[in-house]
Design a protein around this ligand. Structure first.
Ligand SMILES: *Cc1c(COP(=O)(O)O)cnc(C)c1O
Length: 462
């Protein structure tokens, strides 16, 4: 399988190259040139299979010759062995016709582990083969960073540098990044917002001399392999509720558009997803774009669902590329317009987007209220991101069509917001119970590409 850039001016790559690179050299994002399809029979046979086997079957056609069947099977097995639920991504019923898909049973308690644990395994295979050393650089609004650190800490041929917005992640999120003692782990607190971190990340990747000098590799949700790993649970969940014989809807709490975009790929591959509901918090650029057709950047306002405090939603570029009929020139033009604040989506593209996505938003008050409602109605304690999804999902329920809301983090990652909503402070699971006693290591750094470059050159261990 060949991967092409959304901006149409970078060389086509195979799966391994696209994974190791992350961002394309023309600033674009990689996508498969053509999507593999599954027949209804093939999907029906997923029923009752272990999660790992569904993962192997879904991922297989995308990796081509990059990894053998055995390598892939073993990588998948190792990736999910550390999860503390045997179903990996269990469904919990919230109400008749409405289910939660719990994606927080991995080592860092958020759905990011699904992709990052698998990427960690595939990187190790690729690096062992090539003898290469890499510097992983990530920007995080909170959960990607810890998931990446967890997946790559202690590896001898990798350094991992994670930039997060200083003061804008939860204490649990910060400690998950700052407490691993491994010398190859570097947590950078940037004086800025998540969008600043993401912009600096792009600066460094677009500096090709620096990129080559340190072997820069990206594992942000712009990395195609991350999106790929997330396609799997759409299949496993939908099949559990009757697909392919029955349509299902999903609601996805959305920031960088990686998770919900993975759902759209599952749909393209033949999974009968009716609606994909994009749920945003008060940082609602995606809801405004999908409902009004204008993608206009505002300022990110800190919220109680910080992993979604995003204005420039990287993976939306992939959805635009598909909606514009894979026209790299058109996407390049839009991204240039974005430099000066935003763009209008063409009528045709907007129509194409609306065939797949609908959207809604939840305010801070609505999010808090939904945490309390779900507690009262079901006894379940949900995190604020999940509450955003549940609130928006309830506005999009359809008779006879099951709705699956993605539960993206464990409530104990956001204890302050949960406690404010229901008066109960959710406890961390046993493997993390001493998180607040562990020693922290953080480097505070200004929001400046050169400063970040110097630090990386100085701290690199490989
Ligand atoms: C990252 C994250 C999201 C948003 O996912 P995207 O793929 O960026 O849209 C939602 N909830 C939680 C808990 C997250 O960590």
């Amino acid at each position: 399988m060949r991967y092409v850039s959304t901006r149409g001016r970078a060389p086509a790559l195979d799966f391994e190259q696209a994974m190791m690179t992350g961002l394309a050299r023309d600033g674009g994002l990689y996508l498969p040139e053509a999507m593999p399809m599954f027949s209804a029979d093939e999907i029906a046979r997923f029923e009752g299979l272990p999660y790992e086997e569904v993962a192997r079957r879904v991922v297989r056609p995308f990796v081509g010759d990059s990894f053998s069947d055995t390598e892939l099977r073993e990588a998948v097995a190792r990736a999910y062995a550390g999860f503390d639920h045997v179903a990996r991504a269990p469904l919990v019923q919230l109400a008749p016709g409405h289910h939660l898909l719990e994606l927080f049973h991995g080592p860092t308690l958020a759905f990011k582990d699904f992709a990052m644990q698998l990427i960690g395994q595939l990187f190790q295979l690729a690096l062992a083969r090539s003898g290469q050393r890499v510097t992983i650089l990530g920007a995080t609004s909170g959960d990607t960073g810890s998931a990446a650190i967890e997946a790559f800490k202690g590896l001898s041929n990798v350094d991992v540098f994670i930039m997060y917005p200083h003061g804008r992640v939860s204490e649990v999120q910060r400690r998950q990044m700052s407490t691993p003692a491994d010398a190859n782990v570097h947590a950078l607190a940037v004086d800025g917002t998540f969008d600043d971190c993401q912009a600096r990340l792009k600066d460094l990747f677009n500096d090709h001399d620096f990129r080559d000098a340190v072997g820069l590799a990206g594992v942000n949700s712009i990395n195609w392999a991350r999106v790929l790993a997330q396609i799997v649970y759409y299949f496993s969940a939908a099949v559990s509720l009757g697909a392919p014989h029955r349509e299902v809807d999903f609601t996805v709490p959305t920031g960088n558009f990686g998770d919900v975009f993975a759902g759209s790929i599952a749909r393209t591959m033949g999974l009968p997803i009716g609606k994909l509901v994009v749920a945003t918090n008060q940082n609602d650029i995606l809801h405004r774009a999908l409902s009004g057709g204008e993608y206009r950047v505002g300022t990110a306002r800190p919220s109680i669902s910080p992993s979604m405090d995003i204005q420039v939603s990287s993976n939306f570029e992939r959805a635009l590329w598909l909606a514009y009929g894979q026209d790299g020139k058109a996407v390049s033009r839009l991204m240039e317009e974005l430099q000066s604040g935003g763009f209008a989506i063409s009528q045709g593209a907007l129509q194409a987007l609306r065939e797949t996505y609908v959207s809604g938003r939840a305010s801070e008050e609505e999010t808090m209220a939904m945490i309390a409602t779900i507690r009262a109605e079901t006894g379940e304690v949900i995190c604020p991101h999940t509450a955003v999804a549940v609130k928006v999902a309830r506005e999009h329920l359809r008779p006879g069509v099951p709705m699956i809301s993605l539960s993206t983090a464990h409530p104990a990652k956001f204890p302050d917001a949960v406690e404010a909503a229901i008066g109960i402070r959710p406890a961390l699971p046993p493997h993390m119970a001493d998180l607040f006693e562990r020693e922290e290591r953080i480097t505070r750094i200004e929001n400046d590409a050169d400063a970040i470059k110097s630090l990386i050159l100085e701290r690199r261990t490989v």
